[in-house]
Design a protein around this ligand. Sequence first.
Ligand SMILES: Cc1ncc(COP(=O)(O)O)c(C=O)c1O
Length: 364
Amino acid sequence: MSRGTCAVIDLAALGHNVSAARSAAKSSKVLAVVKADAYGHGLVPVAKALAAASDALGVATFEEGVALRQAGIQHPVLLMEGVLSEAQLQQAAEYGFQIVVHQPWQLSMLLESHLSCALSVWLKVDTGMHRLGFAEPGCALFWQQLQNSPKVKDAVLMSHLACADEAAHPLNQQQGEVFQRLCRSVRVQQASLANSAATLDRPEFHYQWVRPGLMLYGASPFPDRLAVDLNLKPAMHLQSRIISRSRVAAGESVGYGATWRATRPTDVAVVAIGYGDGYPRHLSPQAQVLIQGQRCQVVGRVSMDMITVDVSDLPGAGPHTPVTLWGPGLPVEEVAQWAGTVNYELLCQITGRVQRVYQHAESV
Ligand SMILES: Cc1ncc(COP(=O)(O)O)c(C=O)c1O
């Protein structure tokens, strides 16, 4: 019997979610963010599907960009942290990457380079998140330097929001004002500010390019709203199977640390998934999985390869029975809450030993 632990990825759901981004931001182009192995969904198959539906792809690292080109993907690719050396800059030109420039040394390196061809450059400004980007004073000068450089084909002004998932947070307003002021002062034709949350919720932040990531995978960027309420379709169904079922007597404990003790005779199923697969170890006692359409309680600690689940109310559940860890009927947002984290982290941390199985490639 195969272990049966896999992440089924619905490529048609990605297409649906890009359409949701397009209908939220009708006049903007869509840069689909596929960094971090496409948020755990598998870089190349996802990028192929999203290339068909988006205007550009966004990656974090140079290596992610190269992997796309080596897979034959010729779609525009933006390196969202830019290049880190002159050699990478030359190669970026050869691969036809677009680059973010967020630091003075990156700008000087670009302006002083001897590139074989001009690049599209996204100048990143810090509007208040204080992570990457040029501070407001001086931006106009840097923008002008880009405009005047023969190394630059075209330029986009961009920034990133710190709190877009919290609609009422005052930093949204502040960042929006700084960005708008900058756009006006340098008279940009192309600008970009919105991640998923702002794509869905802040039309005034759409500008010419939106940069959704999480929403494309059918997950909600808001802590208090489910994907289904945002008309998003979850693209990942994380599944496994029961590999054993046994009766535990009242008073006996289950698993490492003996942290859970049966208060009645309990039928415990062992499911073939654990933190070695990326299933979170730190779950609250409320955590559940879905078996035969019913919610079942996870009991005891998550181990590296297995979890234990109370199936006393499911007489038909036994070896081979499929188990949903998240997906249809069990939103990843709920699991993230039980684990004290965000859906982003759960999706990204699925490990390499979980096979990704792709469905509906034909309908993208
Ligand atoms: C610069 C930039 N733009 C866009 C995104 C996409 O964000 P989200 O997944 O919240 O849509 C990210 C992700 O962190 C990012 O770093």
